[in-house]
Design a protein around this ligand. Structure first.
Ligand code: NAP
Length: 482
């Protein structure tokens, strides 16, 4: 594999994401030969680490993620890592950072190429972007920016942030990470839809009755109450992961598999996103909070959570598009904390034809993303009985043993950054539409809060409040997973 020469500047080098995901992912790319001799990583954060201490942390992170690794190789890999103690709000440090980057560029012959990775709390993103520009940190080769979620808190703040980063990074050099786009079965949605004539033929508004996306977590907010209470399920999960999945399910067939063609199709679809009215939001959206469980209090009494909080830990709702293969078809979603089990799945419910056999149920194709990667089909078949012909719902499940060995999402996404493939990253035009939708829902909820409307509650282990079962357009629709 051809090596990519570059200096990576990682803001948040001592953080959890860097330790658990980024260093192991970079090591994997090192083993693949994508980075080898002509790269260096500068980790920056406030704590006063030495280069040596940082390199030991990198070795530790790789070992924790991989179990058995070859000591010599990991140490060689870690020798490319440098640490710069740096408060991102302090201008002086950018000057030192620039000098270190130039020095390492020469040492490793990185050809002036730079990848900037913002792995920090999002309120710092704008500050870092302005300093990169003002202190002229860009290299003379390629410059790419990788930015973690959340990208803004609403459309207005996202626009402001986008303006700040676009001063240094044109859109085609920005890689907005949504780690769901690195997941095996999310990456499999397009091949599943567009390489199987059986599937492609039924993927339309005549055959599909409704689509359901469920991303459930089994734990409460734990120690993240402070962050979560300012966000909520809609901003934390729907604005990014759920919308990315829905876009892949509803977009039309791209003309080819280039990043440009795929993003063009996504944007065509999103231009037809139906922004719900307050009346529709009242009818088709449910927000809820979890009640106390055996090992935690109710949400409002969690650590760092406002005791009058109106932040939702669960949301269910409906998305529709005016154009595209599934135009007007309801796409239901739900996501929340402290639910029955941790899982991510998509259920595509087909229309029930007038069956010869009265007991036939609707066919369902399910794409299971987590905890296992699988595709299943629930179809009707003959029950093995005596002489009487009876039908039963048969579940055919396809999962591959190799799924155990699929690389972590961050390995794929970082690899794409090095190879300048933006297919699996969020384009600004897409993000804007997601925010427009989320803002409309948030505004309606805000008005409800002001008029004293209380939210719904659910017990830990349930699939959200009971009311979430009533968001369907028609009485024969229901949640497939319960
Ligand atoms: N952790 C995950 O699994 C995960 C998953 C998906 C997305 N993300 C996203 O990734 C980003 C980072 O998350 P994280 O979990 O890694 O957070 P974290 O563990 O809190 O790390 C934050 C980093 O920022 C540094 N920092 C804080 N204030 C600073 C300042 N003023 N100047 C310089 N450095 C500063 C911290 O180091 P010092 O204290 O030494 O300064 C630390 O390295 C967030 O946007 C998050 O939403 C995280």
């Amino acid at each position: 594999m051809k090596e990519v020469s570059t200096i990576v500047i990682l803001f948040g080098g001592s953080g959890d994401l860097a330790h658990r995901k980024l260093y192991p992912a970079l090591y994997s790319l090192y083993q693949q030969g994508l980075i080898k001799n002509h790269f260096a990583v500068i980790g920056t954060a406030r704590r006063p680490w030495s280069h040596e201490y940082f390199q030991n942390q990198v070795v530790k992170a790789v070992k924790e993620a991989n179990g058995n690794v070859e000591e010599k190789e990991v140490k060689e890999f870690a020798s490319h890592f440098y640490y710069q103690s740096h408060d991102v709000i302090d201008v002086e440090h950018y000057i030192a950072l620039k000098e270190l980057a130039s020095e390492l560029d020469k040492k490793y012959q990185a050809q002036g190429n730079r990848i900037f990775y913002m792995a920090m709390a999002p309120h710092f993103f704008e500050t870092i972007a302005s300093h990169i520009k003002d202190q002229q940190l860009l290299g003379s080769g390629f410059n790419r920016l990788v930015i973690e979620k959340p990208f803004g808190h609403d459309l207005a703040t996202a626009e402001k942030l986008n303006q700040a980063i676009s001063a240094s990074f044109p859109e085609d050099t920005v890689y907005r990470i949504d780690h769901y786009l690195g997941k095996e079965m999310v990456q499999n949605i397009m091949p599943f839809r567009f390489s199987n004539s059986l599937i492609e033929k039924i993927w339309n508004k005549n055959s599909i009755n409704n689509i359901q996306v469920t991303l459930a977590e089994s734990l409460g907010v734990g120690t993240r109450g402070g962050y979560y209470d300012g966000a909520g399920a809609l901003r934390d999960m729907v604005q990014n992961h759920i919308f990315q999945i829905i876009t892949l399910l509803a977009m039309g067939r791209p003309s080819d598999l280039t990043s440009e063609a795929i993003h063009q199709k996504k944007q065509e679809l999103l231009a037809s996103l139906v922004i719900p009215t307050p009346a529709e939001i009242k009818k088709s959206f449910v927000r809820g909070q979890y009640l106390a469980g055996s090992n935690h209090p109710d949400y409002r009494h969690e650590d760092q959570v406002d005791e009058n909080s109106m932040t939702e830990t669960f949301v269910a709702g409906k998305v529709q598009f005016a154009a595209g293969p599934v135009a007007q078809i309801p796409i239901y979603f739900r996501t929340g904390k402290d639910m029955k089990e941790k899982l991510s799945r998509i259920d595509i419910v087909l229309n029930k034809e007038q069956p010869l056999y009265g007991e036939a149920k609707e066919d369902v194709i399910s794409i299971i993303i987590d905890p296992v990667a699988a595709i299943s089909m629930m179809i009707n078949g003959k029950k093995i009985t005596g002489s009487a012909l009876r039908l039963e719902n048969i579940n055919y499940e396809f999962s591959s043993k190799e799924m155990d060995e699929v690389p972590d999402g961050y390995v794929r996404l970082l690899r794409d950054v090095f190879l300048a493939d933006r297919t699996n990253f969020t384009h600004w035009q897409e993000l804007k539409q997601y925010w427009r939708f989320v803002d409309a829902v948030e505004e309606t909820w805000q008005t409800e809060n002001e008029s004293g409307v209380e939210m719904d509650f659910y017990h830990p282990g349930e699939m959200g409040p009971k009311k979430a079962d009533d968001i369907f357009e028609s009485s024969d629709q229901h949640w497939i997973f319960n």
